[in-house]
Design a protein around this ligand. Structure first.
Ligand SMILES: O=C(CO)[C@H](O)[C@H](O)COP(=O)(O)O
Length: 224
């Protein structure tokens, strides 16, 4: 079994009948959705809310009942991936471009479980370029402001075009190098008009579950 699948299947053990479940996005969350789908088929009764069109489509294909925020105001548990997780459970997310919906869902969740393979565990955030979602209007100006924060920035592309998020925005991938003070960077990013949100998920994760290539799985919580 691959390490992403090992971590994802461990996380799905936390799901119980009658829960509202947040479905993450990406190749690790994919395995969690597959495993939830199998449990639903076997009789598990849950309702889910997806963080992207891609995950929503997959959930529908697997027969997982979906809800929207008009019907609920709290999510019991969300299982999502990450691009980096440090030992304080601070994260970089957004490699798949779904960071805005992921953050809305994470912020509405009583428990956020992050599933990764061992390569995502880092001493310090910053090796992975930080994805920042920006509104198309004035985006060149917004890019300059991101650049002035000390990053090397470029717009993400897909098939030769600027990548568009599910919300119709662009992603600026920002290389800051080692991020010594994620809280301060978050503060600066939140103050740039045109920045919708960014991939720093600080003090949000309750548990990180890491899968290893030797078949092991480890759980890290806030107090490790
Ligand atoms: O934040 C994300 C999508 O926006 C993903 O969770 C993150 O990029 C990890 O993806 P993967 O599990 O495919 O490595």
């Amino acid at each position: 079994m691959n390490p992403k699948q090992i971590a994802a299947e461990k996380a799905v053990e936390y799901i119980q009948d009658n829960m509202i479940v947040g479905l993450g996005t990406g190749s690790t969350a994919y395995w969690a959705i597959q495993s939830i789908g199998a449990r639903v088929k076997a009789g598990l009764r849950i309702r889910a809310i997806a963080t992207s069109v891609e995950s929503q489509n997959l959930a529908q294909e697997l027969g997982i009942p979906l809800v929207s925020f008009t019907e609920i105001d709290e999510i019991d548990v969300t299982i999502d991936g990450a691009d980096e997780a440090d030992m304080n459970l601070q994260l970089i997310k957004g490699g798949g471009g779904a960071l805005l919906r992921e953050k809305i869902v994470a912020a509405a969740s009583r428990k956020l479980i992050i599933v990764v393979d061992e390569s995502k565990l880092v001493q310090q955030l910053g090796r992975f370029d930080l994805p920042v979602e920006v509104v198309p209007f004035g985006c060149e100006m917004t890019l300059r402001k991101l650049d002035r924060l000390g990053s090397t920035v470029h717009f993400r592309t897909a098939n030769g075009e600027r990548f568009l998020t599910d919300n119709g925005n662009y992603i600026a991938d920002c290389s800051f190098g080692r991020i010594d003070d994620p809280g301060q960077l978050q503060h600066h990013l939140n103050n740039i008009p045109g920045v919708v949100d960014h991939g720093l998920f600080l003090n949000m994760a309750d548990l990180v579950i890491a899968g290893y290539s030797d078949g092991n799985v480890k759980e890290f919580d806030r107090f490790n």
